[in-house]
Design a binder for this molecule. Structure first.
Ligand SMILES: *[C@@H]1O[C@H](CO)[C@@H](O)[C@H](O)[C@H]1NC(C)=O
Length: 241
């Protein structure tokens, strides 16, 4: 019985270690599989390679302040935002990640949905309607496709090669954005429901105004996570170079 338990334990451990196989640098197919394995199985984070918790994914507060000439003349603060959906991301394409970490690398990644939950405070005018409130917000991107661009240099240390990330940018296309701001107008339900419907009917105009500060915040958090991973593990241990 004991021996059998040990046997099963060993098989499980070996299988688990086997999930992430070393890829030859530049082997797109292998790299895509590994990124997907990390997202699907390591979303709780893994200190052994510097990976923070991805589900939920912590980001800095997002503060948006637009002047009165903007269609979205608002002050909006999203406090303690948490991102959900990383574990359902799948990689579609990678470029770069060759023998030399110097230069441009790209990852295209998609998910059925990404949701940001946060505390919010809003005040101002959306298109023509006044908006004001404070409470919980849910901002959901439906079918986002994210292009990640990483510009990096290489660094040698004690016989190892490390990737130093210099720039990390993301661009995103979405099918739709769904917003829900609870407790608008001090909890006036009829008014709040009307404004939420209005926001969702006009999501494209709102998305156009929000996307830059929004993606800056997401990119900043992703950059910090990626930097930590590439600082912890030498490039030549992630890839066979
Ligand atoms: C956030 O909004 C999306 C889209 O409406 C919904 O599917 C999801 O269940 C919501 N999440 C929470 C925690 O309310």
């Amino acid at each position: 019985m004991r021996a059998q338990e040990d046997f099963f334990l060993n098989v499980v451990v070996i299988k688990d270690a086997d999930d992430i196989k070393p890829c030859v640098a530049g082997d797109d197919k292998c790299i895509i599989e590994n990124i997907n394995t990390v997202l699907a199985k390591k979303y709780e984070g893994d200190e052994s390679f510097g990976l923070p918790k991805l589900e939920p994914f912590k980001m800095d507060d997002i503060i948006i302040s637009q002047d009165s000439t903007s269609p979205l003349a608002i002050h909006l603060t999203l406090r303690n935002p948490l991102g959900y959906g990383a574990k359902d991301l799948t990689t579609r394409k990678v470029k770069g990640f060759g023998k030399n970490p110097d230069g441009r690398h790209e990852i295209i990644i998609a998910a059925p949905a990404l949701t940001l939950l946060s505390d919010y405070k809003i005040d101002g005018k959306v298109l023509i309607l006044p908006i004001q409130g404070e409470g919980k917000a849910n901002i959901t991107l439906v079918q986002p496709v994210i292009r990640i661009r990483i510009d990096a240099t290489s660094r040698n240390e004690n016989g190892n090669t490390f990737m130093d990330i210099k720039e990390f940018r993301i661009e995103c296309k979405v099918k739709r954005m769904i917003m829900q701001f609870d407790n608008l107008f001090n909890g006036d339900k009829a008014l709040g429901d009307n404004i939420n419907s209005f926001l969702n009917e006009n999501w494209q105009e709102i998305y156009a105004e929000l996307k830059v500060p929004f993606y800056d915040a997401i990119a900043k958090a992703m950059n910090a996570a990626a930097k930590q991973v590439f600082k912890t593990i030498p490039y030549n241990e992630i890839f066979q170079i």
